[in-house]
Design a protein around this ligand. Structure first.
Ligand SMILES: Cc1cc2nc3c(=O)[nH]c(=O)nc-3n(C[C@H](O)[C@H](O)[C@H](O)COP(=O)(O)OP(=O)(O)OC[C@H]3O[C@@H](n4cnc5c(N)ncnc54)[C@H](O)[C@@H]3O)c2cc1C
Length: 366
């Protein structure tokens, strides 16, 4: 990836990368640097929108050019994007939908969710020249090494994005293992990347694509109607197959049920908001050690939500325990992990605020 140039001498550029701190505070450095170029920053990964394209009836693709602080990604990973909407900075996760180009630019594709703040904003208003904050890439959805059995990529809705990046990266390999991408949408108009996927499949006999339509009639030879079922998945009910699935929770759960007994290697991610079971009631006292504040928060509520409800803005990203952005030290108190139900009484150095709730009075290093 070619880095953006550094600001000029007036902003006290360190000699090479020897100096570890700017002569002014990083915030002041960024304030002046961003007047010269909107993606110059001392240490914050930022990305400028360089192109936008309607990807489907309800989805937009944005090509982002990151600054030199972004360390890149593997196809299948995700990034957190910070966007200002109505004066509030909101963070959401998006998955690059193509491998990075030679200059480090990459594409994200955002499906507009009804009532969604960030997806609607990006779909309706994002334009070339806009600058967003970026987090470093995260996520473990990745293909196994070549030569290790057939692969099946299952995607539904916006879950196509990491699968598209993986599929396109396979097309760049000289001799990829046999891989089928099964892509489900309600209608034909909601599909993204149709021409791109068909072109890859036409050029490479090892890479196949199948479109599944749940509301439209199948017309083309590579289309089928209906939902995932045992018949469609029969060729992969084989312990040597690797299956990756991404989509709404219902889709991922259906795939898991159908495949997990037969296919030994199944990995999945869902983009739907997690549903937390709240069994704890009452309130506890939460002490924020650094600021010295004390709050009363409900037991059973994600700590991130409780802090936001109290008017605080802790750093956060995916809101489902994947990206670690909200992790902080818990010197004392008991917490419950809201996805597993596990209770932790010991001090913890990286408690994820988005998926843990308070069980007892608690101290956080915030
Ligand atoms: C690891 C990861 C990768 C992701 N990659 C992509 C991607 O490549 N493309 C993409 O379009 N989205 C992706 N998402 C989803 C994305 O992060 C946002 O959740 C989505 O854009 C909605 O944000 P919003 O601000 O518009 O909605 P909000 O304002 O946060 O929510 C509005 C309403 O929509 C519901 N909602 C929120 N998110 C979803 C969702 N994903 N599906 C259905 N309903 C939802 C909420 O429960 C709420 O009722 C990803 C999510 C994760 C965790």
């Amino acid at each position: 990836m070619r880095p953006d140039p550094l600001p000029g001498p007036a902003l006290a550029r360190p000699a090479g990368r020897r100096a570890r701190a700017p002569l002014v505070s990083p915030a002041l450095f960024d304030f002046w640097a961003r007047r010269l170029s909107p993606t110059w920053s001392w240490n914050q990964p930022l990305a400028r929108v360089v192109a936008r394209e309607q990807a489907a009836s309800d989805a937009v693709s944005l090509v982002l050019k990151p600054n030199r602080h972004f360390r890149g990604f593997q196809p299948g990973q995700h990034v957190n994007l910070g966007v200002e909407v109505d004066g509030r900075r909101l963070v959401r996760s998006y998955s690059p939908s193509a491998p990075a180009t030679a200059d480090g630019s990459f594409r994200i594709t955002v499906k507009a969710i009804q009532g969604g703040k960030v997806s609607r904003f990006l779909h309706d208003h994002a334009k070339a020249g806009d600058v967003f904050t970026l987090g470093q890439a995260f996520g473990d959805l990745a293909l196994p090494p070549e030569g290790d059995g057939p692969r099946l990529l299952l995607a539904a809705g916006s879950g196509i994005t990491p699968m598209m990046a993986i599929f396109a990266s396979l097309a760049r390999r000289p001799d990829p293992a046999p891989t089928t991408l099964l892509y489900s949408t309600r209608t034909r108009g909601q599909r993204c990347f149709v021409d791109e996927l068909r072109a890859i499949a036409a050029a490479n006999p090892a890479l196949q694509v199948r479109f599944l339509l749940t509301r439209d009639r199948a017309v083309a030879g590579d289309e089928a109607e209906g939902r995932l079922d045992a018949g469609l998945l029969a060729p992969w009910l084989d312990a040597s197959a690797h299956v990756l699935a991404c989509g709404p929770t219902g889709f991922v759960d259906a795939a898991r049920k159908l495949l997990v007994d037969g296919s030994a290697r199944f990995a999945a991610e869902s983009f739907s908001p997690p549903v937390f079971e709240n069994t704890d009631t009452g309130t506890v006292e939460l002490t924020l050690a650094r600021s010295g504040r004390t709050l009363v928060v409900p037991r059973g509520q994600p700590l991130l939500d409780a802090l936001e409800a109290a008017g605080l803005s802790p750093a956060h990203g995916c809101r489902r325990g994947l990206c670690n952005t909200c992790a902080c030290t818990k010197p004392a108190g008991a917490t419950r992990h809201l996805l597993t139900g596990d209770v932790e009484h010991e001090p913890v150095s990286a408690l994820r605020l988005c998926v843990n709730s308070a069980r007892s009075d608690l101290v956080l290093d915030l």
